[in-house]
Design a protein around this ligand. Structure first.
Ligand SMILES: [Zn+2]
Length: 262
């Protein structure tokens, strides 16, 4: 068993809004959603405050105490985090702090996974199985969204955040875990597993450097840090997103690769 981790801020002058933790046989990766340009979120806390609480609570719940499934662990973590600022902040604000989530947990028999929003899990077995929540991709592919620009586009996307027909993140409502992609795989069928934020999935989805199998192979063989370095080179070669359209020039990038066989 070997676990490789890399997390790199998109901009060295800004705090990394990704969170990653490994405890025993649990991995939790979060990508805190960057606040809107006007900074109005209804919350007095910043994104690192939010992801640290949510992530730490998710790790604790998944790794200790009575065993409950990963969705229950995440729901409890969302509730605990909400309780920490319900008195000071407007948690009903659509831009209340929120995060995308990828979780892994394993034992001798099973490898469990959970994905919410555009984080990802890759299960590395005889074939590589990407575990993806495509609701945000589906929203971005809608005709009305594709036709919109500027402020209209931003308002349209904001209106689809955590509402039916839109896309979902871990914010202040624990019921969101019903939207997560969850499952388990016999451990004997998996020799590795990766948990990634979208700063790393862009290796496939924005830059087309390879498919999910290729990304999994690179993470396992060259290591998470080398893959993020490669992503930074693609970003630097296309700083304005002309050749490879993407939301941000650089994004916080986090990868964990669990090698069950070594
Ligand atoms: Zn707050």
């Amino acid at each position: 068993m070997r676990i490789d981790i890399a997390t790199v801020p998109g901009d060295p002058r800004r705090p990394n809004e990704d969170f990653v933790a490994v405890a025993g046989e649990v991995v939790v990766v979060l990508d805190g959603v960057t606040p809107p340009p006007d900074g109005v979120t209804g919350c007095v806390h910043d994104v690192p405050w939010f992801v640290a609480r949510l992530g730490a609570s998710a790790v604790e719940r998944a790794s200790t105490g009575p065993r409950s499934d990963l969705a229950e662990c995440l729901a409890g973590a969302i509730e605990t985090t909400a309780a920490a600022h319900r008195d000071t902040c407007d948690l009903a604000h659509p831009r209340t702090p929120q995060a995308t989530v990828a979780m892994l947990r394993w034992d001798a028999d099973l490898v469990e996974h959970l994905v919410l929003s555009d984080a990802a899990v890759l299960l590395d077995g005889p074939a590589v199985t990407p575990i993806l929540d495509t609701t945000l991709t589906d929203v971005l592919a809608r005709d009305d969204v594709r036709a919109a620009h500027g402020r209209v586009y931003r308002e349209l996307i904001e209106g689809l955040r955590n509402v039916d027909g839109g896309f979902f993140t871990a914010a202040a409502d624990p019921a969101v875990v019903a939207r997560a992609i969850t499952g388990s795989t016999p451990r004997s069928e998996v020799h590795g597993a990766a948990a990634l934020t979208d700063g790393v999935t862009r290796w496939v989805e924005a830059f087309g450097a390879g498919d999910w199998s290729g990304l999994c192979e690179q993470l396992g063989k060259r290591g998470c840090s080398a893959v993020i370095d490669e992503i930074r080179r693609y970003e630097a070669a296309d700083p304005d997103g002309v050749r490879y359209p993407r939301g941000k020039r650089h994004d916080d990038a986090t990868a964990v690769y669990v090698d069950f066989d070594s």
